[in-house]
Every structure is written in structure tokens, then in C-alpha cells.
Design a protein around this ligand. Structure first.
Ligand code: MN
Ligand code: MN
Length: 478
């Protein structure tokens, strides 16, 4: 679906359908009540009923009157998009003054990944007239919703790509293109530079793959602070980019290999969020580090029992080759810390334990700073991406000790608290004194089915939270 949006006070000539929002218990009085009751349409969120005519009347359920949250409007708009995708011209009475969730939900809910379908129809070019006076607030809501949705869809496209198509090299190339198009600084390190920079974790994991690793560094600077220094606030992001995780020598069984092309969803979320900062006038400077590699048992894979030396000199005994994400994240966190940011936020498909604890709709949030954690959680709530805080108990830290090195990458012999142990491991690579938060999106990166703005497959989870947090409403991020 390719949508052009316009604001108009009345439907233009040629609108094929006009959408009317309907609240529960407030069925339109100008339509026959007995007929409406017979259809089963009640106005619950996302219900759609099309009534023949010229133009077609589309009733859109937006829930009870007391549901005024953005989530309800997003969900309703997503259901609408799936029902009316074939119309070329559509006029929509908005359910409320805030157009952002309407546009977001519509574009996210109507998303389909069709690149590999033979015979897929070309997307419909659709004109959507939002029936509201063109006030500055309306125009802004429309613009923000559109740009945020585009950023999420960018991440979804990357995550839905097969691992063979989206190698570390290809991902880095996409980042370069996107940076050029969205006003970001971008630098790509190849395998040799990664070795020169002593990124022992990233280099170690990549040794098992025939595909070379990449480290992508992105920078956003607010207008008027070209160098991003001189007192400008600065936030650092780190996103896990394992473009396919076979488990390395600790090879996964087949059932667990499914979906492992999505192990770069953290990097995709960071790239998506970075792409929208300039358009949304983000007030703070943001740097991002994306370590990109496969985790394969080919080439010269790290052995279980090997010791890697990370960028900050910390030595890590490899007890499980499938706990690779934290190894590449560790190096990137060290790089992020070296620039002295006011906060570091990382996002990764890191542990099954996070998915088991919180399921498919809620991501795990950990960190060292209560204010940062709370602001991220609040940003997630506003953005429609629920996050729930988990602790990092000091009592668990000794489980990372190794007999021969500074740390183990994985604690053998326990299934307990492994999301928290992974969090503890990452924390070791964040300089003391820099507030840090960690998002484990293992459960939320992929959706099993289609519901509200979630479409089966990649979700782009994290893009909206990071963008909401960084653009700083209602609180500046730092
Ligand atoms: Mn793994
Ligand atoms: Mn992984």
C-alpha cells in the first residue's frame, strides 16, 4: 500500500468510501438500527462494516467513549487499513484530534512484505483524505505519524529479509544509503578495521562465518550544533545485528533456527529510529553503534572453552557459542562509553528467558538508572510498545565468574534468571557513572499473528519507543 495523505474539511469528488468512527453504544442514528444490530457490528475497537452506496460508507469501531488512548485508535486504524486496502480514494472522519495514532496504525496495520511472492499485485496507490481542517496540529500529527510509521516499516523490511539476502555487508550498505537520505553521519568498519580496533567479541563471533562482519557507526546532530560537542547532550544507542544466528558451534536444533534471521532486529530498530530524528527535530545528539555479523559453525568458529579479549581488555571464556549477542554488544557498549554520552541504551534480541517471562507483546527493560528506565518505559507506553522493568540483582553477578578468565559469556547448569545474567554481562562493559538501559526484545521482535498494528512477522519493535524517548516529549531525554 502506498498512501498519499491530505487534510480536507469535506470529502473531495471521487471518494470511493467514507469512513465514520463509531463508539460502542453510539450506533449512527441515520442508519437503520435493526439492520446494524443484525450485522453484529457494535463499535468495538477495529470492527469494520461496509455499507453499499456511492460512496461506500465504512463504519469503524473505535471502542467505548472512555477509551481515548492512542492504542485504541492505532488498533482501529490498523483494522481499517486491512479492510479498505483496495480503494484508491478514501475519506476518513478522524476519531479524535490527534492524527498521529490514526496514521501510524493505518500504515503499520496495512503493511505486507511481498518481495518474495511471485505474482504479488503491485501495491495500490491510495489517496486518503482526513476530514479535518488543516490546522498546524493536524498537519503535524499527520507528518509525525507518517514518518514514524515509515521508520517502523523500514525496520520490518530489514527483519523480514532472509539471512542470505541481508548479510552484514548488505545491512551496512543499506545503513549508508539511509544515512545519506536522512542527514546522518555514517561510518562503516570492515573486518580489518574491526581487528585493528580490537573488537574481540565481534571478531570472534564472525570467525565462524564466510560473511565478513561490519561495524556501523551513525551520528545525528541537532541543527546548529554541527560538531555535537560544546555541551550538547548526547545519547548513545547500541543495536544487536546478528543477521543469522545458527548458534555457532553450539548449533541450534532445527525448531530454534526458525526466525533466526530476525536476530538483527535490535540493529534494525536503532537504524529505524535514527532515520526519523532529523524529521522530528530531535533536540539531542545521538550516536549509534551497530555490530553486524552472522553466528555460524563454518570457517574457523570459536571453540567452546576459548577466551576472547574484548575491546576494553576484559577476557571472556566462551561457555556457549550460542550466547553470541552479548559478545558483539559488549564491544559496541565499550565504544559507546568511550565517547562519554549522558546515557547509553541498547536493544537486542538477547534471551529466550525474556520472551518466556513477558511473551510476545511486552519487552524486558533493565538498567542502572531508575530515571532513565522509567522514562524509557513511559516512552514505550506512549508509543504503543509496552516495556516492563526487570532487576539486575547484585546476588546474581557471581554467576558470571570464570575459572580461567574475567567472565563467562554463559552460566552453565542453570536455566534460571538468564535474561538478568545477560543484562549483568552487558553492564560489565558500560563505564561506571554513565546511566545505561537495556531492552531485550527477544519476544517482541516477531509477531505470530496479525492483530492491531502488529502484522505476522517482523514488528519493528523499539523504533517508536526510541524515537519517542529521543525526541523528548514530555521530558527531554537527559
Ligand atoms: Mn545465539
Ligand atoms: Mn542471537
Amino acid at each position: 500500500m502506498s498512501v498519499t495523505w491530505v487534510l480536507r474539511p469535506e470529502p473531495g469528488p471521487g471518494a470511493e468510501a467514507v469512513v465514520r468512527p463509531v463508539r460502542v453504544g453510539e450506533l449512527p442514528a441515520d442508519l437503520p438500527a435493526a439492520f446494524l444490530t443484525g450485522t453484529g457490528f457494535s463499535g468495538e475497537v477495529g470492527e469494520v462494516l461496509q455499507l453499499p452506496g456511492t460512496p461506500v460508507t465504512v463504519l469503524l469501531g473505535v471502542g467505548p467513549r472512555d477509551r481515548t488512548d492512542r492504542d485504541a485508535i492505532r488498533a482501529a486504524a490498523a483494522g481499517l487499513a486491512r479492510a479498505v486496502g483496495a480503494y484508491r480514494r478514501l475519506a476518513v472522519h478522524p476519531p479524535g484530534p490527534d492524527l498521529r495514532p490514526l496514521v501510524e496504525g493505518y500504515l503499520l496495520g496495512g503493511y505486507r512484505f511481498t518481495r518474495y511472492r511471485s505474482g504479488a499485485a503491485a501495491p495500490t496507490d491510495q489517496l486518503v483524505e482526513v476530514l479535518t481542517p488543516g490546522t498546524p496540529d493536524a498537519a503535524r500529527g499527520l507528518f509525525e505519524g507518517r514518518r514514524l510509521a515509515e521508520a517502523v516499516l523500514l525496520a520490518r523490511d530489514l527483519v523480514n529479509e532472509p539471512g542470505e539476502a541481508l548479510t552484514p555487508t548488505v545491512f551496512a550498505d543499506r545503513a549508508v544509503e539511509l544515512a545519506a537520505a536522512t542527514g546522518l553521519e555514517c561510518e562503516v568498519w570492515d573486518g580489518r578495521r574491526i581487528a585493528d580496533e580490537r573488537l574481540g567479541g565481534l571478531l570472534g563471533v564472525s570467525r565462524g562465518s564466510l560473511e565478513p562482519p561490519r561495524l556501523v557507526k551513525l551520528g545525528y546532530r541537532p541543527d546548529g550544533r554541527a560538531d555535537g560537542t560544546a555541551g550538547a547532550a548526547r545519547i548513545a544507542l547500541v543495536g544487536k545485528g546478528v543477521t543469522f544466528d545458527a548458534g555457532g558451534l553450539s548449533l541450534k536444533p532445527n525448531a530454534q533456527l526458525a526466525g533466526m534471521k530476525a536476530d538483527m532486529a535490535g540493529a534494525a530498530a536503532v537504524l529505524g529510529a535514527m532515520s526519523v530524528l532529523d524529521a522530528l527535530d530531535c533536540p539531542v545528539a545521538v550516536d549509534a553503534w551497530l555490530p553486524l555479523t552472522e553466528n555460524m559453525p563454518n570457517a574457523d568458529p570459536i571453540r567452546v572453552g576459548d577466551v576472547l579479549v574484548m575491546r576494553n581488555g576484559t577476557t571472556v571464556e566462551i561457555c556457549h557459542a550460542d550466547a553470541e549477542g552479548r559478545l558483539i554488544m559488549a564491544d559496541a557498549l565499550v565504544l559507546a562509553g568511550e565517547t562519554g554520552p549522558q546515557a547509553i541504551i541498547d536493544i537486542a534480541t538477547l534471551t529466550d528467558a525474556a520472551a518466556i517471562a513477558l511473551g510476545r507483546r511486552v519487552a524486558a527493560l533493565m538498567g542502572t538508572d531508575d530515571t532513565l528506565v522509567e522514562r524509557l518505559r513511559a516512552a514505550g507506553t506512549r508509543a504503543g510498545e509496552p516495556l516492563w522493568p526487570l532487576p539486575l540483582p547484585d546476588a546474581y553477578r557471581p554467576q558470571l565468574s570464570s575459572r580461567i578468565a574475567d567472565l563467562v559469556n554463559y552460566t552453565l547448569g542453570t536455566r534460571h534468571g538468564t535474561a538478568l545474567l545477560a543484562g549483568h554481562f552487558l553492564r560489565e562493559f558500560v563505564p561506571p557513572g554513565i546511566p545505561w538501559a537495556h531492552l531485550d526484545i527477544q519476544g517482541t521482535a516477531l509477531a505470530d499473528g496479525t492483530d492491531a498494528e502488529w502484522v505476522a512477522g517482523a514488528t519493528g519493535f523499539g523504533v517508536r519507543t526510541l524515537a519517542e524517548f529521543l525526541t523528548g516529549h514530555p521530558h527531554p531525554p537527559v
